[in-house]
Design a protein around this ligand. Sequence first.
Ligand SMILES: CC(C)(COP(=O)(O)OP(=O)(O)OC[C@H]1O[C@@H](n2cnc3c(N)ncnc32)[C@H](O)[C@@H]1OP(=O)(O)O)[C@@H](O)C(=O)NCCC(=O)NCCS
Length: 166
Amino acid sequence: MVIRKAVAADIARIVEIEAQVFPTPWPRELLASYLGEDGFMVYEQDGTVIGYMILGIKIPSLLARLERRMLAALRGQDTNLEENTGHLMNLAVDPAFRRLGIGSTLLQRGLEYLQSLGAKTCELEVRVNNQEAIALYEKFGFVIKDRIKSYYRNGDDAYLMVKELF
Ligand SMILES: CC(C)(COP(=O)(O)OP(=O)(O)OC[C@H]1O[C@@H](n2cnc3c(N)ncnc32)[C@H](O)[C@@H]1OP(=O)(O)O)[C@@H](O)C(=O)NCCC(=O)NCCS
């Protein structure tokens, strides 16, 4: 078994798993746009990709950054606040290989990677009816912070879950 950075040759297999496991799968182009990033990782066993994950430091919109800087300046706080929020954007395991600890192994690796980048928290969104993923995240210490209405393209709500990394 190896966890390694995703490469272009993995995309077809990732698209296949993505279509199999999500009601609103990410399009190939969106998945491929993360190629080259260290936070796009695959779990490979006997030469086959059976899981993957995409995470990184959350980049706020220009507007959000301006707003935060203005508020910090008004409060007399440091306006050069470091970006320190990690974001787990995607995590999936081939249904034929579930409940074997692969999701946990990937998530553990991902959280260590975020910590190495200086992230103090990790956020993620998950469908409110996705019991297995919510159970996995709760096992890792994530807590539900908010419910986001119609977050997904098909109208499903998401929970915003957060974990402190220190
Ligand atoms: C969520 C997912 C990644 C878990 O992968 P996995 O390799 O099966 O996870 P693990 O074997 O590491 O399970 C870890 C823990 O998660 C929880 N869990 C996983 N599957 C579960 C299930 N079907 N029912 C209840 N709890 C479950 C359990 O707490 C489990 O620990 P345990 O086996 O010791 O009881 C996988 O189910 C998946 O790919 N789902 C579809 C994609 C998805 O929903 N991704 C998350 C999007 S936010």
